[in-house]
Design a protein around this ligand. Structure first.
Ligand code: PHB
Length: 391
């Protein structure tokens, strides 16, 4: 595969004026290397995060702590070798103070040794395997973890009369996290679980769905990464499972807001647990969705966008807290314990783990007018990543 290494764009105009020095004090620039899958099967994640980062800077300005933030966006196509090389180039050639983005777990893991060695913050805005934050003391996460979202699903399923569950997950870090955290909790409650894993690249759900249609479990628990849900739903309908009375449950990635409307009525009634819905009922979210949709006509923000928006805010607030000192250790210290109201609800960066503490909501996919939305109907407040909380 050929890998595109081009700098796609530097976000903020005015870079030239500042570098040339517009008067007595030219403003110092702090560079953020934003590495995202902008092409390939996970491009929706890249597009969502790019749009949200831009929105944050348009709303809050680029000057924070007296420094001007400049974002350099690069496309890693979702390939970990490309991420690693791009991260290295951003550190060595561009002298970025922060690395950010990371659309998939292998891409975040490939960059961790670079962040550690360069002592610069690596802000994980998307990837969600629990162990990622343990790969470097310079990683801080603004997305979520799969155990954080999946354990509450086990509680909901058991207390709602579900006894037999089949799980299907994508066979890599976040899928394995989703499967094991759900299954352990659900079995401890008394339920039975059968599990199958499908490959990340070119997944074929058909043989597995055939087994499910024969076994008729009470529910099918699904994790597929953001952007892949539509493919899954299509095969779910083709196997007639929408008519077989098998309830669809899981973390919210399968009914991600970016593609939900394209799924049709098959998604209606799915019960998922997650940290963000575009229909989250708060003034902060209403304002966020309105501004995002105004800047990106026809695109609804999903949970990836919120991870990007909060990630950029975390960088800006940390720079403000250090009075513009962009050394990695100072920024990380400032990020620990940071807390505010996000479009998803109240969030805090856990100072002990550098992971995010946030509400997890139980949602039902419903039709609102002619559009599909995940409607939150219960809240589990301020959930920590349970894997690290147990250690
Ligand atoms: C991941 O690779 O960590 C990942 C990607 C997409 C998701 C969740 C996790 O929706």
């Amino acid at each position: 595969m050929t890998i595109r290494r081009t700098v796609l764009k530097v976000f903020m105009a005015g870079a030239v004026a500042a570098t040339l020095g517009s008067g007595a004090q030219a403003q110092e620039v702090v560079k953020v290397g934003l590495i995202l899958p902008m092409t390939g099967p996970f491009a929706s994640t890249g597009r969502q995060i790019e749009a949200a980062v831009k929105l944050f800077l348009a709303q809050s300005g680029t000057t924070h702590g007296g420094k001007r933030l400049e974002v350099i966006l690069k496309d890693d196509t979702g390939n970990a070798d490309a991420t690693r090389r791009i991260a290295q180039e951003l550190v060595v050639n561009d002298k970025v103070a922060v690395l950010a983005g990371f659309g998939l777990t292998p891409l975040a893991m490939a960059t961790a040794p670079i962040a550690t060695q360069a002592k610069i913050p690596q802000i994980v805005m998307a990837a969600a395997t629990a162990s990622i934050t343990e790969a470097s003391p310079f990683i801080v996460r603004t997305s979520f973890t799969l155990p954080q979202a999946s354990e509450p699903m086990a509680d909901w399923a058991w207390s709602n009369g579900i006894k037999r569950v089949f799980t299907v997950v994508t066979d890599y870090g976040p899928g394995i996290d989703a499967e094991t955290s759900f299954a352990n909790k659900f079995k401890a409650a008394g339920g039975t679980v059968e599990s199958v894993r499908v490959p990340l690249r070119n997944p074929d759900f058909a043989p597995f769905l055939q087994r499910v249609s024969e076994a008729k479990p009470d529910a099918l628990f699904v994790f597929v990464p953001s952007g892949i849900g539509a493919q899954f739903m299509k095969q779910f309908v083709e196997r007639g499972l929408d008519k077989a009375g098998v309830k669809l449950i899981g973390p919210g990635d399968v009914v991600d807001d970016d593609i939900l409307n394209g799924m049709g009525d098959v998604a209606v009634g799915a019960i998922t647990t997650h940290h963000y819905s575009a229909k989250h009922d708060s003034a902060a979210n209403l304002a966020f969705v309105k501004a995002f949709e105004a800047a990106n006509p026809g695109v609804r923000p999903n949970f990836m966008a919120v991870g990007g928006y909060d990630g950029m805010r975390l960088i800006a607030e940390a720079l403000k807290a250090t009075n513009g000192d962009a050394s990695g250790e100072k920024l990380i210290t400032a990020m620990k314990g940071a807390s505010w109201e996000s479009p998803r609800g109240p969030i805090t960066i856990d100072p002990a783990t550098r992971d995010i503490i946030q509400n997890i909501y139980v949602r039902r996919t419903e039709k609102v007018g002619s559009d599909l939305f995940n409607i939150e109907f219960a809240t589990i407040p301020q959930v920590k990543d349970p894997v690290k909380a147990r250690k």
